[in-house]
Design a protein around this ligand. Sequence first.
Ligand code: RET
Length: 248
Amino acid sequence: MTDGQETWLWIGFAGMVLGAIAIGTIGRGARGEDKHHPVASLFVCLIAATSYFAMANGQGIVDVDGRSVYVARYVDWLFTTPLLLLGLMMIGLPALSRGDDSRSRTSLLAGVIGADVLMIATGLFAALSADDVVRYTWYAISCGAFLAVIGLLYGPVRDIARSQAGSTPGLFGTLLSVLTVLWFIYPVLWLLGTEGTGTIGLTAEIAVFAVIDLSAKVGFGLLLVTRVVGISRRVESRDRGPVEAATA
Ligand code: RET
């Protein structure tokens, strides 16, 4: 590993640790019933910090046909992408355990997370394939699973978010747009990087991955948690009533 590559991995590590601290601190302002949001976002950053720490120390890197495959990255994504999707869906599908249609909402959750895990697992097999045909077959399967995730989010999940009482469709819409833009960069970067066509070098690939990982985890997490804490505060002051809120 070159110095430049190592530096970017340490930047990724430091950013994830700082992000975890910021999310943990801001999240303390959330109501008890909203605490699952900062908890999920906090663990996303902590898991990624672990993976970046390992990679910066040269761990979790496998040689395939002269290419370095950063397996630790996929282990990170395997756990953090479901948590990120869970964070988004907990905004769009409120009170999952309540109401007559809670089972269909839970099956939607299982479908999105199942497709997401399939996307990362097949992406890892693509990266580990020495043969081009095998590699691009895995890549195509992974892209199919990715489109299934996006299709479910823009279809049934968004429909429920718009129609459900107690949901926050505006916040769901903002988070969904941010997630879509950032997540689409991953398969493109993979294709341009050393796992795919090799159009860009390993250092550039590691640098861009660090920047989008920080945006998709720390940026997304901060946006979600700040907005949830804002909602918590408004609900609390409304429940307390204008006099109590003014004197609190
Ligand atoms: C791979 C390559 C194979 C095709 C596809 C991919 C998609 C990966 C995605 C990763 C998202 C990661 C995030 C991490 C944490 O912030 C595996 C690159 C479709 C969408 C959001």
